[in-house]
Design a protein around this ligand. Structure first.
Ligand code: DX5
Ligand code: ZN
Length: 214
């Protein structure tokens, strides 16, 4: 499955409705929503007022990526705010299982994510307990960073595990994705690619999304 999730973080917030509409008209599969708290990551993005606008205007499912400490305090609110999936960082919590359950109880898809300095082995016990895993291919916190090439082996590793265990778990990759590396990442086993700058800073975002899916 080749899916693209443009990250609204890179959009022009002065024209948020039009930017969402642009993605609505595109071949994108999801709309990726990056929430940062200034504590787990050294940056602050946006919260519920923006989520409300996205939910109101987006025809694409909202793929929420929480880069926050204490995700257990907020996952239910993001579910209620219209999330299609809610993901949080494994390294931000002691035990992800009760938090995954909070999300699941809301009927929303679960996602566990790790930064590039976290051993992907740590995801293995949870592969059959989540709908998706997200491998960060840059350090969470900012759009527009350079793709870390070592991620490709991690994609292969997690993909192999998912296949061997015959799991329906989807593998998402986030950070520094562009039209040049997208096909390599899909070939390595990614199901969903997040792309911020490559989409929103392009002269023709619709074409970029199309090209990435080829
Ligand atoms: C980084 C975010 C990413 C980011 C992707 O903290 O999680 O989703 O917005 O942006 P690009 O594609 O520009 O690296
Ligand atoms: Zn993200």
């Amino acid at each position: 499955m080749k899916q693209i999730a443009p990250s609204i973080l890179s959009a022009d917030f002065a024209h948020l409705e039009q930017q969402v509409d642009l993605i609505n008209r595109s071949e994108a599969d999801l709309l990726h929503v990056d929430v940062m708290d200034g504590v787990f990551v050294p940056n602050i993005s946006f919260g519920f007022p923006v989520m409300q606008v996205l939910h109101q205007y987006s025809t694409k499912p909202l793929d929420v990526h929480l880069m926050i400490v204490h995700p257990e305090r907020y996952v239910e609110r993001f579910c209620d705010a219209g999330a299609w999936s809610v993901g949080f960082h494994l390294e931000a919590v002691d035990d992800p299982l009760p938090i995954l359950q909070l999300i699941r109880d809301k009927g929303v898809r679960t996602c566990l994510t790790i930064n590039p300095d976290i051993d992907p082995q740590r995801l293995l016990p949870y592969l059959d307990k989540v709908d998706m895993v997200l491998l960060m291919s840059v350090f969470a916190g900012f759009g527009g960073q350079k793709f870390i090439p070592e991620t490709i082996d991690k994609i292969r590793f997690i993909h192999r595990e998912i296949q061997q265990r015959n799991l329906p778990t989807l593998l998402e990759v986030d950070g520094g994705v562009n039209t040049t590396n997208a096909s390599t990442l899909f070939e390595a086993g990614a199901d969903i690619l997040v792309a911020g700058n490559a989409v929103f800073h392009a002269p023709n975002p619709l074409t970029v999304i199309q090209q990435m899916k080829q």
